[in-house]
Design a protein around this ligand. Sequence first.
Ligand SMILES: C[S@@+](CC[C@H](N)C(=O)[O-])C[C@H]1O[C@@H](n2cnc3c(N)ncnc32)[C@H](O)[C@@H]1O
Length: 290
Amino acid sequence: MGTNHKLILGSCTSMAELSSGSVHLMVTSPPYFNAPFDYKGLFKSYEQYLNILRHFAQETHRVLQSGRIVVLNIDDMLIDGEKFPIVADATKIFQEAGFRYRDRIIWKKPDGYLRISRRSGVVLQNPYPMYFYPDNLLESIIIFQKGKFNYRSIPQSVREASKVDTKEFQEKKWYMTLWEMNNVMPGSPLEKDIAAFPEELPYRAIKLFSYKGETVLDPFAGSGTTMKKARELERNSVGFEIKKSLLPIIKEKLGFHGGQGNLFSNRNDQFEIITRQTDNYEYLRANQRA
Ligand SMILES: C[S@@+](CC[C@H](N)C(=O)[O-])C[C@H]1O[C@@H](n2cnc3c(N)ncnc32)[C@H](O)[C@@H]1O
């Protein structure tokens, strides 16, 4: 049996295409508040950014089945010497949307991580007090739950087919609140100019919090990393992405580009695209300029 993958090119502040309770797991990384490279000017203020998170949290609560999990990769943002407490604010927003705050995992990138600016270097140039800002090697992965999960609702055969590999669980230390994972290298062809997370992140989330044949949602799909892992792990997926121009990247990453290197040619997987006309980045930018 094949899996279904649906991409909606539009903003996840409304998920009108999805019926209530139709999703089993949400894994995502929202845009960083005013990160210079990809979102410059997308948010007029921090309050506007938090409002987008509010709509997305409320819609996620609606579309998620009762008992199910949200995995949110997010972090505080330092802009002009001021740190915006995004993790704390997002936690509050998800609680207010009706979720229970269940856990927090810290993702540690390798020492010498390339993408960050070397803020600590300022002290080397000015070895005096008051010049210190540390280099940030960490991001948060916050986990929420909608009510209580009914373990008996899953047929025994599906439980067995979705079993967690305990050897991998122990060897890769999934059991700790510290996950050491490599970041995506800048300049990787399918993630260029996209703040993509490593495949390992949705891979762990999907294995730990969903069963085969279920539906995984990524409302900020980016290059489609979550959707790709969902397909590989025999789950269905739904993605929202505001930037229409990412469609070819997403198609290729998921293996639906029709050319050589297509994944799973032996499976009858389906890919559906829904394009909203005015609810996208290109339209908004063009109309802001006009
Ligand atoms: C941090 S990136 C996600 C990267 C993704 N995890 C990956 O591995 O490629 C956030 C994405 O959210 C998109 N985005 C921003 N605002 C959005 C919105 N309101 N609705 C849907 N997508 C949005 C951006 O265009 C960007 O591609």
